[in-house]
Write a protein that binds this ligand. Structure first.
Ligand SMILES: CC(C)(COP(=O)(O)OP(=O)(O)OC[C@H]1O[C@@H](n2cnc3c(N)ncnc32)[C@H](O)[C@@H]1OP(=O)(O)O)[C@@H](O)C(=O)NCCC(=O)NCCS
Length: 200
């Protein structure tokens, strides 16, 4: 089962892949919604990841990680995506829509839920549908007590998705290594108050 081996190998290197490895051990290598199938991101997904990282929506709202070719994309998957992100598609044989997942982020005391679609799949309710099952999995299967999310203040589509899946705006924060401000959302206002970012 290659997706599980990737998580075991990350864990052996001392990296945090425990949530996804636990999913593998318990057989949770796939999450499903009415329209979507979520599976782990693997190096074989490099062509799609390269396209996603060049998408105007990604570049405007997330970052440019400097991934320019398939080799870069494979390395980016190994280093950044394979331990926590899910590839989202209508089904296993169709082209992927985007990647969603939980990220451990410096300055945040709880996992950060995130999602990104190719622009041509926007406005179809996919992010809301996929993030809903991911949130349920995080809280009721993995046992996380609080889930956070950060997004750029002007990212109205992302903020709307967070509200639709039940997160609430907590405050504006600045995180270590970032000079910009983010809006911070949480599943539980009281317990998330310890987030280390500099509140404004
Ligand atoms: C954010 C993103 C994942 C949303 O995906 P999606 O599948 O289109 O989201 P959904 O269709 O589930 O919901 C989008 C909601 O935002 C609303 N929306 C979208 N653009 C909007 C705008 N400019 N102004 C107001 N509302 C807007 C939609 O109407 C919808 O709300 P509704 O169901 O109440 O009508 C997608 O736009 C994307 O990939 N953006 C680039 C990457 C990104 O920003 N990721 C988040 C980083 S934190």
């Amino acid at each position: 089962m290659p997706r599980c081996e990737a998580y075991s190998s990350r864990l052996r290197k001392g990296e945090r892949a425990i949530d996804r490895l636990r999913d593998c051990v318990t057989g949770m290598t796939e999450l499903r919604t009415e329209r979507l199938t979520l599976t782990g991101v693997v190096p074989e997904d490099a062509a799609f990841i390269l396209e996603l990282l060049k998408d105007p929506g990604w570049l405007a709202n997330i970052s440019d990680p400097g991934v320019r070719n398939l080799e870069d994309a494979r390395a980016y998957i190994e280093d950044r995506l394979s331990k926590s992100l899910w590839l989202v598609a209508r089904d296993r044989s169709s082209d992927p829509v985007g990647i969603y997942g939980l990220v451990d982020r410096k300055g945040l005391p709880h996992p950060d839920i995130g999602y990104a679609n190719l622009s041509r799949h926007a406005g179809l309710g996919y992010a809301t549908e996929g993030a809903t099952v991911l949130l349920h999995h995080a809280m009721h299967v993995l046992g996380h007590k609080v889930i956070l999310a950060i997004t750029k203040p002007h990212n109205v589509a992302s903020r709307r998705v967070l509200e639709k899946i039940g997160l609430r705006f907590l405050r504006t924060v600045q995180l270590p290594g970032h000079d910009r401000h983010w809006v911070l959302y949480t599943t539980q206002i009281e317990e998330a108050a310890g987030a280390n970012g500099v509140g404004t």
